[in-house]
Design a protein around this ligand. Structure first.
Ligand SMILES: [Zn+2]
Length: 116
């Protein structure tokens, strides 16, 4: 099973990086959780934000966010539209559903028409 957060949107921030104080490096990334199993693929409603600095290559964790960064993140959150959640079954699921259907049908036929 693959369970991963896929980047959906990236925003360049003009805030100072809390690590290197550069104003060119911060990138806010919105990620959405995707789940893929053998049987289905699913887009979930789980969203997370991550801030990275391209200059000093650090991940800026929420504890390091300044008030300014928090404000911008809040603003960007409101502007962000996540992908619609969805789930679709893969071929393996349909084959199993088909097999269960056949077994069920065979069962019903032998129970209802035992004399045939
Ligand atoms: Zn930095």
């Amino acid at each position: 099973m693959h369970d991963k957060f896929i980047p959906i949107k990236e925003v360049t921030l003009k805030n100072n990086c809390p690590e290197c104080f550069n104003t060119q490096g911060l990138r806010l990334t919105f990620k959405q959780r995707f789940i893929e199993t053998q049987f289905y693929k699913s887009i979930t409603a789980d969203i997370k934000q991550e801030i990275n600095c391209n200059i000093c290559h650090s991940i800026i964790y929420p504890v390091q966010w300044t008030d300014d960064i928090e404000r911008v993140v809040e603003y960007q959150k409101r502007a962000f539209t996540p992908k619609k959640t969805s789930r679709y079954l893969k071929k393996a699921s349909w084959i199993i559903i088909g097999l269960i259907g056949l077994v069920f049908l065979a069962f019903v036929i032998t129970v209802i028409y035992p004399k045939l």
